[in-house]
Write a protein that binds this ligand. Structure first.
Ligand code: FES
Length: 201
């Protein structure tokens, strides 16, 4: 059991030396700002992005948080990952991608890793709104099934189309229902619905 509370070297590094924290009050210099909080964790996160309007590429990503060590390490890693990405690429980053880059988090802290990517998508949406590109906003089109891990019905459908057939496999791929667990019943129902829809099983 003790191993579940062990932080990887990468988590320790990003917590002790967090990258890209916003240290100045220069919000106006940024092109998109996104804020989110997770009431179950008690954390709050704000992500700021600068965007090259010609290539729609993220040129800078900074952040601030009232968050725990896991939220800090996760967002620090995220802020490094997204620099140089297009907005489309950054939009698809999920908690599981950040977890992989950090070599994992203790099970009870996994839900903290969703704060950064959720705030990032809000910042990208903010950029789209400010620049007349509302049609590119997709976060409101998908229904969130798991609030803690920010897993949507589209994510579940994608997992089913990728070959997932059991709830355990779905959790392995998406981390759904790995925090409070309140979404478990609905998640199983949504997964079964897509298996039936696509494969008639
Ligand atoms: S809503 Fe909490 S784990 Fe899914």
């Amino acid at each position: 059991m003790a191993a579940k509370w062990t932080y990887s070297d990468k988590v320790k590094d990003h917590f002790m030396n967090p990258r890209n924290i916003m240290r100045e009050d220069n919000e106006a210099d940024f092109d998109g700002i996104g804020q989110t909080g997770n009431i179950k964790c008690g954390d709050e996160m704000i992500v700021y992005i600068k965007v090259d309007p010609k290539t729609l590429t993220i040129t800078d990503c900074q952040w601030r948080t009232y968050g725990c060590a896991s939220a800090i390490a996760s967002t620090s890693m995220l802020s490094e990952m997204v620099k140089g990405m297009t907005l489309d690429q950054a939009y698809t980053i999920k908690a599981k991608d950040i977890l992989a880059a950090l070599d994992g988090l203790p099970d009870n802290k996994v839900h903290c890793s969703v704060l950064g990517d959720k705030a990032l998508r809000a910042a990208i949406d903010d950029y789209y709104r400010k620049n007349g590109m509302e049609d590119r906003i997709t976060t409101t089109k998908a229904k969130i099934v798991c609030e803690c891990m920010q897993v949507t019905d589209e994510d579940i459908e994608h997992a089913v189309l990728e070959g997932v057939r059991s709830f355990h496999e779905l959790q392995e791929m998406t981390k759904i229902a790995t925090s409070c667990g309140e979404c478990r019943e609905e998640a199983q129902s949504v997964m079964s619905g897509y298996i039936q829809k696509h494969f008639g099983l």
